[in-house]
Ligand binder design. Sequence first.
Ligand SMILES: C[S@@+](CC[C@H](N)C(=O)[O-])C[C@H]1O[C@@H](n2cnc3c(N)ncnc32)[C@H](O)[C@@H]1O
Length: 288
Amino acid sequence: MSGFSAEWLRLREPTDAASRNLELTAQLIAWRRRHDALSVLDLGSGTGANFRILAPALGGGQRWWLLDHDPALLARAGEALRQWAEKRGMTAADQGETLLLKDETNHCWLERFCLDLNEDWERLAVANVQLVTASALIDLVSADWLERLAQRCRTWRAAVLIVLSYDGSIAWEPVAEGDERVREWVNRHQHTDKGFGSALGPDAAPALARLLERLDYRVELRPSPWTLAAQDAALQTALLDGWTEAARQIAPEPDDWLDVWSRHRRDLIERGHSRLSVGHWDLFASLE
Ligand SMILES: C[S@@+](CC[C@H](N)C(=O)[O-])C[C@H]1O[C@@H](n2cnc3c(N)ncnc32)[C@H](O)[C@@H]1O
């Protein structure tokens, strides 16, 4: 399946929320004020983190379609969204396949669809999509897929909010020998097939910006880096493990120094001496 566990998504959710580019969020909210009820398509929704951060900011009546190919993550989304709504004093009710979360000022209708974005999401019977969004997704996709996404958004005349796309930069503090070599291998791994053909990895967000500009969109691309402090040890450790494995898969020959590097970095994290910055892009585009 996707390789993204609910535990990994839960671990990164607060950091993702804190890292979003505030200028683009403000632009999104200004765009939203020009619309009445809103319909939103969330691609690669996982357990619904993108909804949880955007729905309160957008406010009012909202119809959401959450798309993912992982049935376990979508099932978890159902529970997580109910719990989230209850904590905020909203009521949660099932209306057939739709989950309705509401309070006095907000009405959110959510439908979840289990499908492979690589194959059949364009055939989905959704009408009048006004906002297409995705969080931590497009570094996985190919150039062809991204082009189809841009075309589809243009056909709908939808606004586009694509956040937290990895930009290729990883900066550890303190610096250690091997950091740069691992970063290069991780970035090479970023271009391997993640189910969509050769992935764009760090090139994805600038590529989408160019595609949308050619389709007459006004596009804003802004940084949204993760800035992890010593106390973010769990997230730093998960990243360290993932990158060590990615480097091992891509390294030209098995190399002892990778284990030495990994042990050294883990030691720094465990002793509370490690800080880490990981670059991302947020993109907002609209035709208005
Ligand atoms: C890094 S996670 C991000 C999840 C969520 N947007 C968030 O911010 O927490 C990437 C998501 O894309 C989904 N995904 C990956 N490949 C997919 C595909 N071919 N079709 C549908 N979903 C896919 C994964 O299941 C996962 O939920």
